[in-house]
Structures are given as structure tokens and as C-alpha cells.
Design a binder for this molecule. Sequence first.
Ligand code: FBP
Length: 551
Amino acid sequence: MAKKSILQQQRAAYQPKLPAVLWGPVKAVLGKPTESVADHEAIKRLFPVTYGLPELTFVKADEPVEQPAAINVGVILSGGQAPGGHNVISGLFDGLKALNPDNRLYGFLMGPGGLVNHNYVELTGDVIDEYRNTGGFDIIGSGRTKLETVEQFDKGLEILKKLGITALVIIGGDDSNTNAALLADYYERNNTGVRVIGCPKTIDGDLKNEQIETSFGFDTATKVYSEVIGNIERDCNSAKKYWHFIKLMGRSASHIALECALQTQPNYCIISEEVEAKQMSLEQVVDGIAEVVAERGNRGLNYGVVLIPEGLIEFVPEIKSLIKELNEFLGVEENKAAIADMTPEQQREFVLAGLTAAALATLHKLPDNVANQLLLDRDPHGNVQVSLIETEKLLSTMVGARLAKMKEHKKYKGSFAALHHFFGYEGRCADPSNFDADYCYALGYNAAQLINCGVTGYMSSVRGLTKPSSEWVAGGIPITMMMNVERRNAQDKPVIRKALVDLEGKPFKVFASKRDEWARETAYLYPGPIQYFGPSEVCDLPSRTLWYEQN
Ligand code: FBP
């Protein structure tokens, strides 16, 4: 058994807080039939059995409840790690055992691939106890295998039948929950007797909507990044000689960058969604930063902090069109087959030959490493792997060149030295904050109740998250309700609509009202490390984003 740190030993004893409604037996209250967020007819066709299901809310059962027959349940962790995944599993385990001590839980290994390839382990009490309140997904591992073909569904069904599993919980982001919905509908319309429940996971914070207030992991990851950004700000304010360009994970949406800006008050923070809304070119983005650097430099302040969301490049309109064109081209089956056996150099030539003049012009403006990543690197869901693109270096180089020009024109007299950072992996496996520990445990415990109700195609939902946890509302949301049709890999696909930063929303408005002051002044805030022990106003603090959205 691995040795535990002193904090880990103390933290193992933490008992996550559950909503009061889940403290005993529950009764499901069903709402009205639902509709998808858009493309109703198309989504209905694709999900003939699970489309239109009602929202479900749990209330306390008013009569004694008989113990249900024992069942076996499977669980999968899908996609990028997010703090709190282990607590979803421990909540699910405890919820199942509370329903019937003979219930059993199996974990499929290394993501959805474990289901297809029949790799699994039984999760017993001893195993679960080792992982309570810890970060990481190492209890069963995670992976990005996309579950969407009938062959995969049938292969999965073989092992589910063999293990007597009648419910599967998929813990994942928007793409993984989309796959969970496909699987749910397929198993239901084929009368397999297997139900599927999703759980909202991703540090990116982009799996949220009117029903799902936040995805788990966002709170902890942003607290970790904000701690380190605060430390860098303090270093910066002490040495007074560097500009720090900090790229922050978060894939497409800028929720993480915005949250960290609200927590640390840097000199500059780019919000990709604003760049797109204002149709800004890369040069204009660079000009925005250079102006702040020059204004401070001219007052002798040759230091500062710039936050950059990792997905920025995809939101610059000309680059967005380029990526769209590339995705269409790379999504065509003949093109996929043609490049399969080519060397990287041949692939590059082949793709370049298929692009329009406008796309080629944009591509030629970019450094080779960025161009190559846009050209060929995609994850299994067809997304550009933005975490691999060094936007922070691209921007600081362009800012340096812009400042040199300003100096020639006597508009800048400071000095500019840049340092680069990328925070992403540093926060994805941190021990969950109290908020995430409680939220995740509740999501898992609640998933057990959804299974017990016999529903399928639902996402576990816990709401009212800025209130004390005892008042949280628990229930289930039909996954099809969050869906629309989007273009992916040259095909129209049903997907959960991604939540981008709302430029009319309060978190952005608060940021926008303060940023000029933060650019000029040195107004840094140092949030410090996540606190697990101490006063509730420090330990149970929700993210600023969630707070502003709800208050
Ligand atoms: P999910 O969407 O699966 O939660 O992953 C989030 C994320 O951390 C993104 O922020 C990042 O772009 C991506 O994963 C990195 O992927 P990988 O872990 O495969 O390098």
C-alpha cells in the first residue's frame, strides 16, 4: 500500500456533506416532459426512447421504503482528470450500500475502453477507503475512447451481462455524457435491461446550463491555479523585472482564465469569447497587451501578469475559419484513408493542397509548430489539442516585436522580459476542495438513487450550490435536454451544448468593470492555498464564478 502524507491521513477522515434530502429514503417527483435546447426533431430521431423525459427531483420519502433487491453497477471515469472523481465513486458506493449492503460496484479500467475491452475490477470497501477525498482518477484510471458505435455498445453489453451489471455510471465531460446518452438510448430500445447515468465532470467548467450549475473539478483546479498565479504576482511585484505570460487550461471556453482573474486581479486577462464577439485579429489581441505593457513601462513598471485561456487560438475569427476548413477536410473518409499511411511530411503536403487560398494565407502567418498542430493533431473527439499549442510564447514574441516598433516611434521607453507558464496538469489531480469533495460525493450518492428509481439517460444533478450543502436540491436531468446538433469531423452530430463564457453574465461583467484598474495599478490578490481545516468562510468558499452567477 502506498504511504500517505500527513495531510492525506487527516483528509481521509473527512466526511463529505450530503444534501439533507439524501440522508434517508427518497421519492422521485417528475416534472413535465422536456425538449432539447435546439434541433428538437433531429435529437428526437436520434434518441427515440430517451428523448423528452421529465426532469426528476428527489424529496424525502413519506413512508417507509422496502429494501430493493441487490444489483451490480459499473462505473467509468472518462476524459481528463478532475479533482473529486474519487468522491463521486465513493458516494456512489456508499449510496448503493445504503440501499442494499449486497449491492456490488465494478470499475471499468482506463476509461470507456475498459468497457469495450472487458478490463474491470470490483471496487470493495477497502479499495474505496484508500481513495476517499483524494485527487486523481487512479482508482480505475481514465481514457478518451469515444463510445459511439453499435459494435462497441454490443461488446460492452457482453461484459455487463457477464457481470450481471444492470446500471452503468459514466463520469465525464460534454462529449462523454453525449456518449452516455447514446448508450442509454441504445440499451433501452434493445431491451437490454442496462441503464446509464451520467455525472458532470470537467475542470473546464463548460458543462453547465440551467440545470447543471457547475461541473466538478472546476472549483479545485481554479483554486490551485489561482494560488500559484498569486505567488507569481507576489514574486513579480518583488523583483519588478518580468512580464509573466500564463496560459491556463480549459480547452475552448475561458471559464478557468476568468475565474482565476477574479481571484487574483492580474494586469491582463484575455477572454476568448470576447475576442470572437469583437471579431479581433491576432494582431489586435497583441496590440491590447502591448498597450498595457507600454503604459506601465512608461511609468517605470516593467512587470506584470497576463492570463491566456488555452483555447484562444480557436476563437480568433480567421484561425477559427481555418480550423473549420481543416476539420471538414480531415473528416472526409477518403482523406482520412489517404493520409493514414503517409509520413508526416506527406500528410502536411496533402492537407495543404486541399485548403483554400484564405486558409493558406492564415496558416502562413503562424509559426511552424502552431501551424503543424492545427493541421494534423486531433483528439479522438475531433478537437484540436489546444493544450499542446504554445500560445503564451506566440503572444509574448508578438508583443515583444510590437513594443520594439513602439520604441522606434518613441511611444515606449520601458524594458520587456517575458517568462512563460502553462498551468493545467498541475491542478487536475489536486485533492478536492471541500466544495468539490462534498459536491462529488453528493453527485455519486445521488446517482445511486437515480439507479434505484430505474431511470436511464439522466445526468446526476445537485443544485443550489452556493447555499449550505444541507439545502442542496438533488435529482436527475435528461441528458437529451442539453443537446443540439453540431458539426464535428465533417458530420452533423448530437452533442451536449458547450457553455462558453457569457459576455452578458455577471462574472464577466464584474471582470470587465475592474480590468482597466488592474491593468494600470498593481492590484494583485493573493488567494493562498486551498484550506481544508478552519472557518467555513475560508474552507467552503465556492468559486467566484458560481457565486456571481447565483448572487
Ligand atoms: P475533459 O474535457 O475531458 O474534462 O478534459 C479537460 C482538459 O483538461 C482540457 O482542459 C485540456 O485541453 C485537455 O483536457 C487536455 O487533454 P489531455 O489530458 O488528453 O492532455
